[in-house]
Design a protein around this ligand. Structure first.
Ligand code: COA
Length: 165
């Protein structure tokens, strides 16, 4: 079901809802990333998506997580991390809900949260093969700052940067 963009509710997630955000992430990774990345596919077959999500939960407790709800169901998330790292992270939208503005809204919420906290320079990471996401970020004023390899998954990734006004 493609939700009508005017029916989407955007709000920060409560603590008990973070597990749903982690589940959404692993479901999107399985669909969008696994065909590209052997280590991630291996990771997904070794552990169930549920145990991946539960293992990932401490990460979701850092920063502020925003959710998009269609008829009460979580269909997308984003996360603003502040403090030592100032990042927009974990932008994930369920495939049937894409291309109707949800990703842009969630991304905007996370950016605005960093700006509100007086952060001038924000960063994000994405996989180097994820040309769709890189184009999405570029269209929103971000540029590639450097390329490196993720320490544990060995996925080539890019770090992007944006000066927030
Ligand atoms: C990247 C991602 C989050 C974008 O989410 P999305 O909800 O599709 O994003 P939007 O709908 O806001 O924008 C996507 C495109 O659709 C267009 N769009 C926005 N609203 C639209 C509408 N009402 N009708 C048609 N198209 C629309 C936008 O113009 C945008 O194109 P642009 O980047 O050239 O501006 C999503 O594709 C995704 O979850 N991908 C898999 C996971 C992933 O790679 N995440 C990033 C990890 S770093």
């Amino acid at each position: 079901m493609t939700p009508s963009s005017d029916r989407i509710v955007y709000r920060p997630l409560k603590k008990h809802e973070l597990i749903s955000a982690a589940r959404l992430k692993f479901s999107v990774i399985a669909e969008a990333w696994a065909p590209h990345v052997y280590p991630i596919r291996q990771l997904l077959t070794r552990r169930s998506p549920e145990s991946e999500a539960r293992g990932n939960l401490p990460i979701w407790r850092r920063g502020r997580v925003f959710g998009a709800f269609a008829s009460g169901t979580l269909v997308g998330v984003s996360r603003a991390i502040f403090g030592y790292h100032n990042e927009v992270s974990d932008l994930w939208v369920f495939a049937p809900s894409r291309e109707c503005g949800i990703g842009s809204m969630l991304f905007g919420r996370a950016e605005a949260e960093l700006r509100r906290r007086g952060i001038r320079t924000a960063r994000l990471y994405t996989a180097a093969f994820n040309s769709h996401a890189i184009a999405f970020y570029r269209a929103r004023g971000w540029r590639i700052e450097r390329r490196n390899m993720h320490r544990t998954s060995h996925v080539r990734r890019v770090r992007m940067i944006k000066r927030l006004r």
